[in-house]
Design a protein around this ligand. Structure first.
Ligand SMILES: NC(=O)c1ccc[n+]([C@@H]2O[C@H](COP(=O)([O-])OP(=O)(O)OC[C@H]3O[C@@H](n4cnc5c(N)ncnc54)[C@H](O)[C@@H]3O)[C@@H](O)[C@H]2O)c1
Length: 418
């Protein structure tokens, strides 16, 4: 039985724990959080009251002989924690996305894990969402031909969503801790991941970004455009766009975060639409207009994936099961440290573009340029902490309006035992 420890028992720990709770091959033996109460509440919720709690992660690593550690803390802690675990002999380290707040920290993590022969996994769960896996299979079969254009819209809604700690929001709006903003950098990593993986690409060539801070601290609405590298001169140009839409007055129940994603991929033979991810399973999923995958090809429209679970939790469970499997049986993690670093590079490009009002090239985002500060994401110039309060006041008002209209979402509950 593989012994597992979790560092950081905040919001996302609820989802990262699921794959271990139901595993026959791995067992959660210890958790660590600087906030003892939070750790205790989580264990209570997971039905694991006897698991040991630490408030100092170094003590947990030194005292428990762990095979796997899950790092679920704010981004600036990912590198020092990875380094300590790797040097202490933990064989598998899974770090929640984004890999780190800086590219130089990503480089350190890759290097130390290589030296210590540790499997380093960047935990990006969209890559394991059942609907996206089916879409990838169809794309690989060539259902819409050669892929030309990728488009993803993330709509930040008014919820209701899962309850979240205020602390979880506070560190995300500190650029030197987060590495960017809460939407384009933190949440965006998932979307940049899909823009590469679904399109069969490892990187982009150049990016142009326009990032607004309507609420003064949250980096949306935002619009990002890019071009993939051309492999041959005779191939058509391949491009992509990403939108972050701010819709705080949109009543849109979710069991998880208050957002959802809509993807459109155009190919030489057809078009694919992929409906919903984070809030999949809500009432939109149950309408005939929003099947998980829709494909137009040769004058016909077909839908796919109605048999799949549209609950976001399966992306976490599948990702954890994959990591347990490779620690037990060998293989490469999805994603590797290098792939995790590439996602950080991609996610930083739109900020640098928006700050410097120009197209940014992939090669410009590296540790050396962080050193001379030519590729460092800056605090938004007009940031005003009062904006956040105003933003939440407005969200709450619209949220109440929805409930008063009888729109409360009741038929889809968050459970751990499924
Ligand atoms: N995959 C996803 O969809 C997804 C969603 C949310 C968050 N995340 C990622 O998960 C990570 C954690 O995010 P979160 O939303 O759970 O944050 P959070 O703020 O809710 O939780 C972080 C926890 O870490 C604890 N912590 C802080 N410093 C610590 C230390 N030195 N030692 C031990 N514990 C410490 C805090 O007390 C807190 O409980 C981040 O990397 C975030 O980007 C991923």
């Amino acid at each position: 039985m593989l012994k597992v420890g979790i560092i950081g028992c905040g919001d996302i720990a609820n989802l990262n724990a699921l794959g271990y709770i139901r595993s026959q091959d791995a067992e959660l033996v210890a958790v660590c959080d600087t906030d003892l109460k939070t750790a205790g509440e989580k264990l209570e919720r997971w039905g694991l009251r006897t698991v040991k709690i630490y408030t100092d992660y170094k003590k947990m690593i030194d005292r428990e002989d762990l095979d796997i550690v899950e790092i679920l803390t704010p981004h600036h802690l990912h590198a020092p924690m990875t380094e300590y675990c790797a040097k202490a002999g933990v064989s598998g380290i899974s770090v929640q996305k984004p890999m780190a707040h800086t590219i130089s920290d990503c480089d350190i993590m890759i290097q130390v894990c290589k030296e210590e022969n540790v499997k380093l996994k960047l935990f990006e769960n969209f890559r394991f969402y059942p609907v996206y896996l089916r879409a990838k299979g169809l794309l690989e079969q060539g259902v819409i031909g050669e892929l030309l254009n990728f488009r993803i819209n993330t709509v930040s809604t008014g919820g209701p969503g899962m309850p979240r700690g205020l602390n979880s929001l506070i560190w995300r709006v500190k650029v030197d801790v987060c590495g960017g903003g809460p939407m384009v950098y933190d949440d965006g990593i998932h979307k940049f991941s899909m823009a590469l993986w679904l399109m069969g690409q490892e990187r982009v060539a150049k990016v142009y970004g326009w990032i607004d801070y309507f609420s003064k601290v949250i980096d949306e609405p935002s619009y990002i455009f890019w071009k993939y590298p051309s492999k041959n001169s005779d191939e058509p140009p391949k491009c992509g766009t990403m939108e972050f839409t701010m819709a705080p007055n949109l009543y849109y129940p979710s069991n998880y975060y208050e957002c959802d994603e809509f993807i459109e991929i155009s190919g030489t033979k057809g078009i694919m639409w992929i409906n919903q991810c984070t809030s999949g399973g809500n009432f939109i999923s149950k309408t005939p207009q929003y099947p998980p995958i829709v494909v137009y090809v040769n004058g016909e429209v077909k839908s796919f994936g109605e048999d799949l679970p549209r609950d976001w939790r399966y992306s976490f469970i599948n990702s954890t099961e994959h990591f347990i499997d490779i620690i037990k049986n060998g293989g490469e993690p999805i994603y590797t440290g290098e792939q995790g670093r590439a996602l950080c590079v991609f996610a930083k490009m739109p900020y640098i573009s928006s700050q410097q009002k120009r197209i940014v090239y992939w090669e410009e985002i590296n540790a050396e340029n962080e050193e001379d500060r030519s590729c460092v994401v800056e605090e938004p110039l007009e940031a005003d902490p009062n904006g956040l309060t105003a933003f939440y006041r407005r969200k709450r008002k619209d949220f109440k309006k929805g409930i008063n209209q009888g729109l409360e979402h009741t038929d889809f509950k968050y459970q751990y035992d499924q």
